[in-house]
Design a protein around this ligand. Structure first.
Ligand code: DGI
Length: 384
């Protein structure tokens, strides 16, 4: 159903929500667009950061070339944003000979009160990751963003610029529910402009259900980057297979080693490394390594071990343990040294024993086996 109000067909109606996050802008817009074939331009679908408003207003112009009614889906919660829209659309109207009708959708007629806050917060938490930008966030992060909008919110004030540009303001209180708000928009437009819009309950129900089921277009390549931890230690990693062979051939019949293989209460390490410097305890050496490998470190995107492309020899000399933990004593003849007094590779421990306890054990072990020194080729790594 397209509107032809004046004979020239130059009337254009723009529905401008004034709202905060979770007020139901997109749900109301999708329902109306589906019922009446109106244009719907979503600011959140504009993924470019620079020139974002230009892209948004170009899309609005494009929508007006195809539709007489367009919903500009953005919070428009500040005077500045409304001003920006009116200016851009006035220019568009001049260029195309449109007669513009600016219609405000007031989602917060009582301001951002407690009830509205609770309704919108609960909707946004339920929406979860089904949003272009608010996704992969915990509750405090979501609340912080929503509170930002709430704090900046400036209510529609038709007595002065820029809101005096609104020809009509429709009350679509978000606390009332989006389906009722669709009906409120339809009857207000019918009253004000004799639009003769019909709504059959079953069509409204179907369009509203589909809007609630809507899946946001998540822009490819703009997914939030994996949250990166800070660097916690530098180490030399050795090949797990080689290390396992070395241990197996030197620890046959050793009870602690056997326990590590079979007991559920024990954990055998899957990955073997000699710690060089830990952020928490060896700050000077840690900083020096961070500075030296700055470029490689800043270039890496992943969490976990990051290979710094340096080979380092590791000589395994003996294996020590007590009742709680086992480690191999090593020496490092290459460029990098360990700030631990007893450089070692932790082998395994009883569950619940922290790996760093190997340091104390190496100082005061219960048992030790000397082995024929074995030279392994390790690789310098950083871990976060
Ligand atoms: O951020 P907005 O575009 O303003 O809000 P939205 O339309 O995306 O709505 C936020 C979430 O709440 C979304 O998952 C749909 C849902 N929602 C919208 N209106 C209603 C609603 N949920 C219920 N139960 N009832 C509504 O009226």
């Amino acid at each position: 159903l397209q509107l032809q109000i004046n004979e020239k067909g130059t009337d254009k109606y723009v529905l401008i929500p004034v709202a905060t996050i979770g007020c139901g802008k997109t749900t109301v817009a999708l329902t109306l667009a589906s019922l009446y074939g109106w244009g719907h331009v979503q600011n959140d679908d504009v993924s470019s950061k620079s020139g974002k408003f230009r892209t948004f207003s170009n899309r609005i112009s494009q929508a007006f070339s195809e539709h007489d009614v367009v919903i500009v889906d953005r919070n428009n919660h500040q005077f500045r944003e409304r001003q920006q829209l009116f200016e851009a659309m006035d220019l568009m109207a001049d260029a195309n000979g449109y007669d513009m009708h600016y219609i405000g959708l007031d989602f917060l007629p009582n301001g951002p009160a407690q009830k509205e806050w609770e309704v919108t917060l609960s909707r946004v938490m339920n929406r979860g990751d089904n949003h272009q930008t608010i996704r992969n966030m915990d509750r405090p992060a979501v609340e912080a963003i929503m509170k930002g909008f709430r704090g900046r919110y400036q209510p529609i004030t038709v007595a002065k610029e820029p809101d005096s540009n609104f020809e009509l303001v429709i009350d679509v209180n978000c606390a009332r529910g989006s389906k009722d708000n669709v009906t409120a928009v339809v009857s207000a437009l019918n009253d004000a402009y004799d639009m003769d819009l019909e709504t059959k309950p079953e069509e409204l129900n179907a369009a509203f259900s589909a809007a609630l089921e809507h899946k946001a277009k998540i822009p490819v390549g703009t997914q939030p980057a994996q949250k990166r931890a800070t660097w916690s230690f530098f180490c030399i990693r050795v090949d797990s297979k080689e290390m396992m062979q070395l241990l197996a051939s030197n620890l046959q019949g050793n009870p602690f080693w056997q326990e590590l293989q079979v007991s559920k209460g024990m954990s055998l390490k899957q990955e073997f490394h000699v710690t060089l410097a830990h952020k928490a305890s060896e700050k000077t050496q840690f900083k020096a390594l961070k500075t030296k490998y700055h470029k490689l470190l800043t270039g890496s995107k992943e969490n976990g071990f990051v290979d710094l492309n340096v080979e380092e020899p590791v000589i395994v000399e003996s294996i020590c343990w007590n009742t709680r933990i086992m480690a191999a004593a090593v020496s490092l003849p290459g460029e990098h040294c360990s700030s631990n007094f007893h450089p070692h590779i932790t082998v395994g421990m009883a569950k619940g024993v922290p790996p760093k306890e190997a340091n104390a054990m190496m100082n005061n072990y219960d048992n030790r086996v000397e082995i024929k020194p074995v030279r392994l080729t390790g690789r310098l790594c950083a871990f976060r």
